[in-house]
Design a protein around this ligand. Structure first.
Ligand SMILES: Nc1ncnc2c1ncn2[C@@H]1O[C@H](COP(=O)(O)OP(=O)(O)OP(=O)(O)O)[C@@H](O)[C@H]1O
Ligand code: SF4
Ligand SMILES: [Mg+2]
Length: 366
């Protein structure tokens, strides 16, 4: 990744060192090549993930949030090594796993599991629940103590399903139950890290809370570490200890739950949050002052120069179009990549506004 440009800022806040790092990601990138013609000449690249730095600490839930197409799923598939990174490195328990081959990855496949969004598409409709949940044991050639059937039944009851239903097929279950089957399969080999990509967004709202609570309970019971990807800020708020906000392949803000929701620093985060209707009845009818971002997310094939958010940011100044703001800890445990953060000292005071910046948003006053 490009070295962050030096800016005149106060010394960065120190991270608290107490929590053990399970996964460490440095400069992680994934560029999908765009090819043309018979010889598939590369003519460009989709910069889906373009330089991410973050840690996942043992026992925590790290939430990843951002609009569609910002690279959340690509990030999830990179850290579970379902995709080969183009750049950067991934360390798991201190071991570099960035480019491990199939055999090198085999032991890690037990430790790192993924839960997918679509609880139907990710389960083979021709296999019974028993076959699906026992697949990880067969793949890893592990025989559970007490036998395979007993272990599958134990896992089914662990996720709140009837253990007698191991002979049924996915279509005989509801969406929420199917997601529970996916969770049972992911937990079969007692993983250390579970990456869940939009685990509840395909479910009815009434079922979402049940599955979120199940994930929560299982985390406590089994000491799991989660990376949970969602575009829904209220789900993320409910489950996460810390949250990374992504925009166009980058992390723009990373903070603990209280810090992010209490005093967001990145204008994009502020906009995302103000788009969520406030359920507080005292505020109903009052002017909401909601920020509505105008325009579409730019293409990750040719992202904007400088700060990638500058084409939609109402605070943008000249420096924002030319110099990429580095991700800096401006408060303990609270990192942000912005020249003019909210709730923190301005990093480039006195810079001239970009023409049209003030029109980048509409303020809804309902
Ligand atoms: N295999 C691929 N080949 C080319 N481009 C891809 C590929 N996979 C993803 N992309 C592109 O990379 C960008 C990031 O996609 P990704 O699926 O990671 O986003 P996302 O944040 O998960 O979005 P959503 O919220 O819609 O799930 C998008 O522009 C997408 O079109
Ligand atoms: S103020 Fe500048 S650096 Fe900060 S988000 Fe807006 S455009 Fe980016
Ligand atoms: Mg996705």
């Amino acid at each position: 990744m490009k070295k962050p440009a030096t800016v005149d800022i106060p010394a960065q806040a120190k991270e608290s060192p107490e929590a053990e790092v399970l996964l460490k990601v440095t400069g992680l990138a994934k560029h999908f090549p765009i090819t043309k013609g018979l010889i598939r000449r590369q003519v460009g690249a989709v910069k889906a993930v373009d330089g991410l730095d973050f840690d996942v600490r043992r026992g925590e839930t790290l939430g990843i949030v951002g609009e569609s197409g910002c690279g959340k799923s690509t990030m999830g598939r990179l850290i579970t090594r379902l995709l080969e990174p183009t750049g950067g490195s991934i360390e798991f328990e201190g071991k570099d796993i960035t480019h491990l081959g199939v055999s090198g990855m085999r032991p890690l496949r037990r430790d790192v599991q993924m839960i997918f969004q679509d609880p139907y598409g990710s389960l083979n409709p021709r296999h019974t629940v028993g076959t699906i949940v026992s697949a990880p044991f067969r793949l890893q050639k592990v025989t559970p103590e007490g036998g395979l059937k007993a272990e599958v039944q134990r896992l089914l009851s662990l996720v709140g399903l009837n253990p007698e239903h191991y002979n049924r097929y996915p279509h005989e279950f509801s969406g929420g139950q199917r997601q529970r089957i996916g969770i049972a399969r992911a937990l079969a080999l007692k993983p250390k890290l579970v990456v869940a990509d939009e685990p509840v967004s395909a479910l009815d709202v009434s079922i979402q809370a049940q599955v979120v609570n199940l994930l929560d309970d299982l985390q406590d019971e089994l000491g799991l570490t989660y990376v949970i990807i969602a575009h829904d800020l209220s789900v993320i708020r409910h489950v996460s200890d810390r949250i990374a906000v992504m925009y166009l392949g980058k992390i723009v803000e990373l903070a603990d739950n209280k810090g992010l929701y209490g005093a967001p620093m990145h204008p994009y985060t502020t906009a995302l949050m103000s788009a969520v209707p406030v359920p507080d009845p005292r505020r109903r009818g009052a002017k909401s002052g909601r920020i509505l971002l105008k325009g579409d997310v730019p293409s990750p094939i040719s992202p904007p120069s400088g700060c990638r958010f500058h084409t939609r940011c109402w605070k943008a100044t000249q420096i924002c179009a030319t110099k990429e703001p580095p991700l800096l800890a401006l408060k303990p445990g609270h990192q942000v990549a912005c020249h003019h953060p909210e709730n923190a000292p301005d990093q480039a005071p006195g810079d001239q506004p970009l023409p049209g910046a003030a029109d980048a948003v509409a303020k809804a006053t309902e």
